[in-house]
Design a protein around this ligand. Structure first.
Ligand code: CP
Ligand code: NVA
Length: 303
């Protein structure tokens, strides 16, 4: 098993399924002592509601101590190197969970420390989100193999992790995005190296045909605020998930969103508040799956 969880591809299919089994046990019995006498740092360079609280609550429920670090109040913000920071933190803590602007930061941090580094979102990936999402899909549909998941919108960090992990789990992942906002070459190559392929569509109606799950995320991610005007005109109104687009799947499909949502922008209230929407179950499962991930990375899977 890899020391870190920086990319969705850092876990094998077998390891992901083991984490799911552990998550189900932890969902039934939330309190355990697995992380007793462990201290876990949470370093955040961007805002967060779900990731921060689910990790802090999860570490606490497992008997460990979480330490929240606001990036702007650390010496990193005054130019201390990533490596010196990592070499210091590992003397105090048993794992580092970090949400950062630049993915390379995580790679540098991981290579300069012996303790596990977990990606809590970067510009390139959001693997903890994908872990919770596929756990949720399996919980709702009862299987993952041959499930069709269509992502509508920007091929961003959330999509990248869904695409990589989906491939490992034999999910058919499709994306509908305007030209210029589709999957980047790096992700296409990662998936090709895994022996899979990504199905790219420009037309959302075509992409959703037969899909079991429709997934979307914001069109303007954190750090892209200056591109807002150009992005909204590229995505809207064609890529908004509406009841009409949900109906175009031709079956009873589930609606997913990592949250936070910009209601009325990438999804209508009618869809996100519908019976097909499982967005809050997804959010809840961040807690259970991340606890299982920590038990696996820090304790070798022993509950
Ligand atoms: N989905 C997600 O990561 O949410 P937060 O930004 O609130 O952590
Ligand atoms: N793509 C979004 C996800 C937020 C959880 C962002 O990076 O802002």
């Amino acid at each position: 098993m890899e020391k870190d969880f920086i990319s969705a591809g850092d876990l094998s299919r077998k390891e992901i399924l083991e984490i799911f089994t552990l998550a189900t046990r932890l969902k039934k019995t939330p309190w355990a002592r697995s992380l007793e006498r462990r201290v876990i740092a949470l370093l955040f360079e961007k805002p967060s509601t779900r990731t921060r609280v689910s990790f802090e609550a999860g570490v606490s429920q497992l008997g460990g101590v979480p330490i929240y670090m606001d990036f702007t109040t650390t010496q990193l913000a005054r130019g201390e190197s990533v490596s010196d920071t990592g070499r210091t933190l590992e003397r105090y803590v048993d794992a580092i969970i970090a949400r950062v602007q630049r993915h390379e930061f995580l790679i540098d941090l991981a290579s300069s420390t012996e303790v596990p580094v977990i990606n809590a979102l970067s510009d390139r990936e959001h693997p903890c989100q994908a872990l919770a999402d596929y756990y949720t899909i399996e919980e709702k549909i009862g299987r993952l193999e041959d499930v069709i998941l269509t992502f509508i919108g920007d091929a961003n960090n959330v999509f990248n992790s869904l695409a990589i992990m989906g491939n490992l789990l034999k999910v058919e992942v499709r994306i509908a995005a305007p030209k210029g906002y589709g999957p980047d070459g790096r992700i296409v190559n990662i998936i090709r190296d895994l022996g899979g392929q990504l199905e790219y569509f420009e037309d959302p109606k075509e992409a959703v045909r037969g899909a079991d799950v429709i997934y979307t995320d914001v069109f303007v991610s954190m750090g892209q605020e200056e591109e807002r005007g150009g992005r909204l005109s590229a995505f809207l109104p064609k890529y908004r998930v509406t009841e009409e687009l949900m109906a175009a799947t031709g079956k009873e499909s589930l609606f997913m969103h990592c949250l936070p949502a910009h209601r009325g922008e990438e999804v209508t209230d009618a869809v996100i508040d519908s019976r097909s929407s499982i967005v809050f179950d997804q959010a809840e499962n961040r807690l259970h799956t991340q606890k299982a991930l920590l038990v696996k990375l820090v304790e070798g899977g022993f509950l």
